[in-house]
Design a protein around this ligand. Structure first.
Ligand code: MGD
Ligand code: MGD
Ligand code: SF4
Ligand code: MO
Length: 729
């Protein structure tokens, strides 16, 4: 049999690595990195190399599923499923109004741009703004802090020509995230170190990224605001600021100086648990560098006072002048997006949260990132006008990923209609009325547009570091006899049945004549700087560096970046007054001995990957391990493999303890989105544990983003016997 080799890009995670796929008799048999891809240069990870296993996985849904009265599922033709869901939605809308219908778009709503666009168009069409997304339980502090601080039109300085970098609570070589371009990050870090880059890493765990650090600050979880205030104090008192940039573009410096003044290094050392001399060195190394940025991942944004943490990150970059300047060459102009101007100036955003529409729950505002997911379970459970009765999940898994799993569990069972579009019977699918089975990545054509569009979204350089794009053609057919569709077809089908007008970001959609995916990709890229047809000429992907695009001067009367916003300064004052204690006891009356922090594992992607045996080898019989410092383990009489009970103020989970000397004492480091419903707790060694259950959406949440404490969660831990029963409240 002839083996054909074709190029495309991996969509197991958001990094979109360029790959080569060997195809034999219409079947994908092997995946490897594409050495000719100019952005990734042959890089893949273990997950991407399992794409064939993912496509031919026995647990993959090849037909949509319908739940019966007894709770079992049977195959349903997808057209029939669309008819039935449309009819049920119509009834709910006419009885309760459009707000009774909500959507939740997750990880795989990002990967396929047509999916999210069509979901958004459908929701707008029915007139519901209950469009929740993973972004509000990810790093919502980034856009909020940027709104307070202002946005810089020309973007930040980039990693590839930096001589210093400060990485806070991110682990790019595992997560492909955090500010260091997620395109072969290990190689980029290695090359940067060779040219002399100095790397500062701040994390309670000595991560894979920290192994490369010149300075590693093993901070106590949740104490980034204190540590960053201390770093800023050094920069300001030693006069290490970029005076010209500040004079021309910045306001609020005196307010900031006053706010960080009480954070002297003795206080910082005691509270954040990092030696004063090390804090001072980190501040000097960063500020004395010529180019570089402070960037962060999810860790600090899940911990308390995340908006302040992100605001201080912006402030450090700004007082050090780490933004692109007039006349500099833009390293990553658009390819599949429209051309745009890069202005060396600030832009203001709305921070008048009072002016925004509020949720029924806790008066949380609906900001530019949408309604807060942490309130959705309560929006479903709380009776009254506007109660949510139907939920459509797109490439997401609330039971695994939402904070406060016990509340989520209750809410999912309360819904009149739960529909999820998923490739397998996830923990959420097992509670859904309909599960729509989609095509997988190698069965569909797409472009790298979502990654390109990331630049600017998080306020720092998360897009491509160069004008790169790739088109991935459809490589294989779905398995014979299957009935799978692309997600957008489901939403189009609903609009067609319900006669809902559909308007996407690129124009109106004909709800009578179904478009093709190729047409959608064309429309999506209309007016792009490089035509899609041109991009298609390069099967290995291409960097379109032909045109030189430079940063333009600021416009007269442009606003300034604000490093002294009164609300942020007030919160810094509040933080300074908080009681804190040694050995992990932070709050008055707090009886919790440990802090549980978030982390990612290379072999899983949120709740994905656990059905692929080769990825799970390492985790046989231990699920997502509860990594703990060996000294803490000894103190608790634990050895690797013991079952522990981890108790927060909200709930209990079981975990399998594993000794890890890279974890700070007093800390438990554990991956999220494992485990299943509470009824499955006894299977912890097989399924792992759900750390989301430890969070409480009703306490200690941020009043703007609604995000509860999802890292630095106060917990007690103790050895226990094999869990036999469900986790309890
Ligand atoms: N405690 C705690 N909670 C967290 C986090 C944490 O660190 N700690 N992290 C948070 C973050 S950053 C995020 S982004 C959210 C993630 O939240 P979610 O997006 O809700 O979680 P995922 O597990 O990624 O869900 C993806 C689902 O899509 C399915 N899927 C896989 N491939 C496809 C496909 O091609 N098409 C479709 N339609 N579906 C597919 C998978 O089977 C899975 O069920 O979780 C958040 N929750
Ligand atoms: N392999 C793999 N890759 C992934 C994912 C995955 O599940 N698996 N998930 C994807 C998703 S949805 C996202 S959003 C990105 C996230 O990308 P990252 O944010 O880089 O994800 P993590 O590896 O969890 O890194 C978070 C780090 O924060 C640290 N941390 C925890 N609490 C604190 C704190 O209070 N302060 C500080 N300073 N650090 C803290 C943790 O120890 C950890 O090292 O990764 C994506 N990539
Ligand atoms: S990092 Fe791994 S999973 Fe992510 S796109 Fe690359 S190969 Fe795929
Ligand atoms: Mo995320």
């Amino acid at each position: 049999m002839v083996i054909e080799t074709k190029q495309t890009f991996c969509r197991f995670c958001h990094a979109f690595c360029g790959i080569e796929v060997d195809i034999e008799d219409g079947r994908a048999i092997k995946v490897r990195g594409d050495a000719k891809n100019p952005m990734y240069q042959g890089f893949t990870c273990i997950k991407g190399r399992q794409l064939p296993e993912q496509h031919y996985n026995p647990d993959r849904l090849l037909h949509s599923q319908k739940r019966t009265e007894t709770g079992s599922y049977h195959d349903i033709d997808h057209q029939q499923a669309i008819d039935e869901v449309a009819e049920k939605l119509q009834r709910i809308i006419s009885e309760h109004g459009p707000r009774a219908v909500a959507s939740f778009s997750g990880t795989y709503g990002f990967s396929f741009p047509s999916s999210g666009q069509f979901l958004g168009a459908f929701m707008a069409g029915i007139g519901s703004n209950m469009t929740y997304s993973g972004g509000t339980i990810d790093q919502p502090a980034k856009p909020i802090a940027r709104a307070y601080h202002g946005n810089w039109g020309a973007g930040p300085q980039m990693f590839d020509d930096a001589d210093v970098w400060m990485l806070i609570g991110a682990n790019p070589t595992v997560s492909m995230w955090g500010g260091i371009p997620q395109y072969n990050p290990a190689k980029r870090i290695h090359q940067a170190k060779q040219r002399g880059l100095q790397l500062v890493v701040i994390d309670p765990r000595r991560t894979e990224a920290a192994e490369n650090a010149d300075i590693f600050l093993q901070v106590k979880p949740g104490e980034d605001p204190t540590l960053l205030a201390g770093i800023l104090r050094v920069i300001l008192t030693e006069g290490l600021v970029d005076g010209d940039f500040v004079a021309a573009n910045v306001q609020g410096l005196e307010e900031l100086r006053e706010a960080v003044e009480p954070f002297d290094l003795d206080y910082v050392e005691e509270r954040a648990g990092v030696a004063a001399a090390l804090v001072e060195r980190a501040a000097r190394v960063f500020a004395n560098g010529k180019r570089g940025s402070v960037t962060s991942g999810t860790g600090p944004d899940f911990s308390p006072h995340a908006n302040v943490t992100e605001y201080l990150i912006n402030a450090i970059n700004t007082v050090c002048g780490r933004w692109m300047r007039e006349g500099e060459r833009v390293p990553n102009p658009p390819v599949l997006r429209k051309p745009k101007d890069y202005l060396a100036q600030a832009f203001q955003e709305n921070t008048d949260w009072e002016s925004l529409e509020k949720l029924r729950i806790r008066d949380l505002p609906i900001t530019a990132i949408g309604p807060p997911t942490s309130a959705l379970a309560e929006e479903i459970l709380t009776p009254g006008e506007g109660q949510i009765r139907a939920l459509i999940c797109l490439g997401s898994n609330p039971m695994a990923a939402w904070p406060d799993q016990l509340r989520t569990y209750e809410a999912m069972q309360e819904l009149e209609l739960l529909v999820t579009l998923d490739i397998k019977m996830s923990a959420t699918a097992k509670l859904a009325h309909y599960v729509i089975a989609p095509k997988l990545s190698l069965e569909r054509e797409d472009t790298t547009l979502p990654n390109e569009a990331l630049s600017g979204v998080f306020g720092f350089a998360q897009g491509y570091p160069a004008p790169y794009a790739q088109y991935g053609p459809k490589l294989i057919d779905p398995p014979v006899g299957s009935d799978v569709i692309e997600e957008w077809e489901f939403f189009w089908g609903l609009a067609n049945r319900m006669r809902i007008p559909m308007r996407t970001g690129w124009g109106d959609v004909d709800i009578d004549n179904k478009p093709t995916t190729s047409e959608l990709l064309e429309s999506m890229c209309e007016g792009s700087r490089i035509p899609l047809d041109e991009v298609k000429k390069y099967p290995h992907g291409h960097i379109f560096e032909d045109e030189e695009i430079r940063v333009l001067p600021k416009r007269p009367g442009s606003p300034r970046l604000d490093v002294g916003h009164v609300e942020m300064m007030d919160e810094i004052g509040v933080i300074r007054e908080e009681p804190f204690f040694e050995d992990g006891r932070y709050r008055e009356g707090d009886d919790f001995s440990h802090r549980l922090v978030s982390r990612r594992l290379l072999e899983s992607y949120n709740s994905s990957g656990r059905d692929i045996p080769r990825l799970m080898r390492k985790y046989a019989n231990k699920g997502n391990p509860a990594y703990m410092n060996p000294m803490d383990m000894a103190e608790l009489g634990l050895v690797t493999g013991d079952i522990v009970e981890i108790q927060s103020a909200r709930a209990v989970i079981y975990g399998v303890a594993e000794s890890a000397d890279d974890v700070r004492s007093g800390v438990i480091s554990m991956a999220h989105a494992w485990g299943d419903a509470p009824t499955e707790d006894a299977r912890v060694r097989e399924l792992g544990a759900n750390t989301g259950r430890l969070s409480d959406t009703q306490h200690d949440y941020d009043p703007i983003t609604g995000i509860p404490v999802m890292s630095a969660i106060p917990v007690n831990v103790r050895k226990t016997v094999e869990p036999a029963s469900a986790g309890r409240d």
